[in-house]
Design a protein around this ligand. Structure first.
Ligand code: SAM
Length: 391
């Protein structure tokens, strides 16, 4: 019970991470560089936001004219509906509005919208935002927010981590363009991976594989290590860092059309900078897949025509013109790529051989290598093929 409460508390906390202006700016620049008109004439929805404080709202409102936006809508989730409870104070901005409401400030979500120059200063920016209380609490699954989703062309946010799967399904249900922050581990969700494989979803342009820093509610309990890492990146105070966050999108950007420069298999075996490859006779082949093991993305041989198992971080370098994703090493064999399923006695024997005692070495969800007579699982692997292998 204590443990499940702890997990619940942790999950609630993980839903309250606020994105840095710089991270948004960096990511959005990549889409604009690829297509300067990506936002022109578009209605943009920023759900699961806290518009008064949000850097998403601030960034898009400040760039409304430059991007040629038609409409910006940003919605928040009611304070009382949030699982994470922290001392809430309505902002001066809200309390000074003539329609400020003591009850609605905690029970209802809010909607901020921007379409035109309200102040008459001949520019559309953050000062022209108009707001009112939503009828409901702003839950993205509510009919009220679904209506806004359907009106929007593009949806951008950092959704609550605990509802990432539901949020993605909610976007795909309406077939919208999107850019959202999530955890790299989401790649291993069946439904997310199949979207990646079909090129309906890919990783964003920046931040992948490096630490992203998020603001947390004032006074939040942040692990000392994360606090220190955030501080090293220049963020001191109510900040944390997450090493495995990344952007997921279906907006195109230039990085995904840049082919990876690669060496042939013979050159890798001769010159690779990785000791695991240099000097070997050949790449290892899996015992349970008709594929070779490629432990580093930069060691993918340019001239190998068959299937290759590569680390998940490959997706950060993936160009759909250069490679086809054929599946991944997983328990269910969704893509019919397994050549062998280990029996439970084989898993027990492999454990005994490896550790010298009784146990089960569950090998069916991984690629497996036979090394010095022992079966060894490798880390999570994506299975890929060259579109056209080159010498
Ligand atoms: C990870 S935070 C990100 C906030 C903001 N988008 C940003 O990046 O700075 C997610 C936000 O979604 C809110 N939220 C949680 N559950 C929600 C739901 N069912 N519908 C809408 N928002 C929700 C959380 O309270 C939190 O404010």
């Amino acid at each position: 019970m204590a443990n499940s409460n702890l997990t619940e508390a942790q999950r609630a906390k993980n839903d309250e991470f606020y994105t840095q202006y710089h991270d948004i700016e960096k990511e959005i620049s990549a889409y604009l560089e690829f297509n300067p008109d990506v936002f022109r004439g578009k209605t943009l929805l920023l759900p699961c936001d806290d518009p008064e404080w949000s850097n998403f709202t601030k960034y898009f409102a400040q760039n409304f004219d430059r991007f040629g936006l038609k409409k910006l809508i940003s919605t928040s989730y009611a304070v009382d509906s949030k699982t994470y409870k922290s001392g809430y104070q309505p902002s001066l901005f809200e309390t000074s509005a003539p329609y400020f409401d003591q009850v609605k400030t905690v029970k209802n979500g809010k909607i901020f919208s921007l379409t035109h120059d309200k102040t008459g200063d001949r520019k559309v920016d953050v000062d022209d935002l108009e707001w009112h209380y939503l009828n409901g609490d702003g839950d993205f699954r509510s009919a009220e927010i679904k209506k806004l989703r359907d009106e929007a062309d593009i949806i951008i946010t950092n959704p609550p981590f605990s509802l990432f799967r539901d949020f993605l399904a909610w976007i795909f249900e309406a077939e919208k363009q999107f850019l959202i922050i999530g955890n790299m581990n989401a790649i291993s969700y069946k439904e997310v991976f199949s979207l990646i494989k079909e090129n309906k979803l890919w990783l964003g342009a920046t931040g992948n594989g490096s630490d992203m820093v998020f603001a947390v509610p004032a006074g939040s309990d942040v692990a000392e290590g994360d606090k220190q890492k955030a501080a090293r990146l220049g963020y001191v105070g109510d900040y944390t860092r997450l090493g495995n966050s990344c952007w997921f999108t279906n907006l195109d950007h230039g990085r995904r059309h840049k082919p990876l420069p690669l060496m042939t298999m013979a050159d890798n075996l001769k010159y690779s900078k990785h000791k695991e490859i240099k000097g070997k006779q050949s790449y290892d082949s899996y015992d349970n897949y008709d594929a070779i093991e490629v432990p580093f993305t930069d060691s993918i041989p340019s001239d190998y025509e068959g299937v290759m198992g590569v680390p998940i971080s490959f997706l950060d370098k993936y160009s759909p013109e250069q490679f086809e994703i054929v599946g991944r090493c997983e328990n269910e064999d969704l893509y019919q790529l397994k050549t062998k399923v280990y029996t439970s006695s084989e898993c027990k024997q492999a454990y005994l051989d490896k550790f010298g005692k009784k146990g089960t070495y569950d090998m069916n969800s991984n690629g497996v290598l036979l090394i010095d007579g022992l079966l060894e699982k490798v880390y999570q692997r994506v299975l890929i093929k060259h579109r056209k292998a080159t010498k």
